[in-house]
Design a protein around this ligand. Structure first.
Ligand code: AMP
Length: 411
């Protein structure tokens, strides 16, 4: 199937050509015609499936082909859980609307200075991408009007609700015209999301990009059982030294855990940066940029910080710690295998984490599989040597990419 069959404006098709997209992804094939016809949508689709373009392209088409009410406020409002996802959606919005200089995209998110955002929302714009908390703050100034909104997108709705944004999301939706089109995208559809959609969506079309089982077929998922934290570190070293592991996000459970692991890997000569919610927005953006530009090989991150990062060429995701929420496992492994690419997700599971693993396996309908094949040549359960802290410090990795700059948190 080609994009030309989707009835999109020639300038949008040109932008897709420039982006190098040859054909619509599955979710785009399913969703675009329905959005063009004005339906509300409730879609289960993850990051990496091409879901952002699935809503941006048809809404952009609707914006350029229909007349609008007078006023300055947005015609498309996209609510997202995090600043990183907001930036990623905005990048794509600008990319697809490049042929239409009058279509302006504005981003408002928390953690950024308030006055410039206030100025931006007062200027005329068509697309507004916002995190719910900051948008509420701006609405309270009465300087922003949502009366022109034709379409609202709730992106990563499950995560927005998990982050406690139910009330602001509901308030914002109630402030938009009743006759709007509402599009809800969510990696998972728990009860809370279904309740929200029942309240605010009008007879939505139900779309699943892929079945839960088929979703991760291009991701090789490996589980490595280890005894304890030392076993995890030993295995992690083996993995990182493997030549096939070019770039990876290593997920740890806590901010402190991220800092400790980054420091240890840095001391061993790995080119690694930390990413967590205690870092300010500039530092996080710089870290993500460095990783995307391949100036850093590895990121050690918490879930919240890694959310919404748009990096196509990631080869591996490593779960140094398993996530507490099974949904987060889905999000984490969704960092690889994006837009049809093949990727590997490796989970290092200690004895203590076995109950968590069972929960995840249940959630994934038995999709996780145990294997020793692939790039990992390390010992199996119980057989790993227990390196002392000293040995861990002394041992030098084979693939030693010397860090090109001091680890960020060092003074
Ligand atoms: P998303 O699921 O929206 O996070 O998109 C994942 C990545 O796929 C983004 O980097 C998009 O730029 C890219 N993408 C979206 N649609 C296509 C397509 N039809 N062909 C190739 N890449 C795409």
């Amino acid at each position: 199937m080609s994009f030309t069959t989707l009835n999109l404006h020639p300038k949008i098709l040109k932008a897709l050509d420039i982006a190098g997209y040859t054909e619509p992804t599955l979710i785009q094939q399913k969703v675009i015609p329905k959005i063009l016809r004005g339906f509300d949508i409730r879609a289960s689709a993850q990051t990496g499936t091409g879901k952002t373009a699935a809503f941006l392209l048809p809404v952009l088409q609707n914006i350029i082909t229909s007349t609008t009410k007078p006023g300055h406020g947005p015609r498309l409002l996209v609510l997202v859980p995090t600043r990183e996802l907001a930036a990623q959606v905005a990048d794509q919005a600008k990319k697809y609307s490049q042929g239409f200089p009058k279509i302006k995209t504005v981003v408002v998110t928390g953690g950024m200075p308030f006055p410039p955002q206030l100025r931006q929302v007062r200027d005329p714009h068509e697309i507004l991408i916002a995190t719910p908390g900051r948008l509420i703050d701006l609405m309270e100034t009465k300087k922003i009007s949502l009366g022109r909104v034709e379409t609202v997108v709730l992106d990563e709705a499950d995560r927005m609700l998990d982050m406690g944004f139910r009330e602001p999301v509901e308030l914002i939706l109630s402030a938009t015209p009743k006759a709007r089109q509402t599009l809800l995208f969510s990696a998972t559809l728990p009860k809370s999301v279904l309740k929200l959609s029942e309240k605010f969506l009008d007879k939505p079309m139900e779309i699943a990009a892929q079945s839960q089982q088929a979703k991760h077929e291009n991701i090789d998922q490996k589980i490595l059982e280890v005894k304890d934290i030392k076993g995890k570190k030993a295995q992690l070293l083996k993995i990182l030294k493997d030549e096939s592991v070019e770039s990876a996000i290593i997920f740890a459970a806590t901010k402190k855990g991220v800092d400790i692991l980054t420091e240890e890997l840095y001391d061993l000569g790995f080119n690694v940066d930390p990413l967590h919610g205690d870092m300010d927005q500039k530092e996080r953006a710089r870290t993500i940029r460095r990783f995307r530009d391949k100036r850093t090989d590895f990121l050690v991150a918490t879930d919240i910080a890694a959310r919404g990062i748009d990096i196509d060429s990631l080869s591996h995701v490593i779960n140094f710690d398993l996530p507490r929420q099974s949904e987060d496992y889905v999000h984490r492994i969704g960092r690889v295998g994006r837009a049809g690419a093949v990727g590997t997700a490796i989970s290092l599971v200690s004895k203590q984490e076995l109950p968590l693993l069972r929960k995840i396996e249940q959630f994934m309908s038995g999709k996780s599989k145990e294997t020793t094949s692939g790039p990992i040549k390390g010992p199996r359960k119980g057989s790993e040597k227990k390196p002392t802290r000293k040995a861990w410090k002394k041992k030098r990795p084979i693939k030693q990419k010397k860090a090109k700059r001091p680890y960020a948190s060092r003074k």
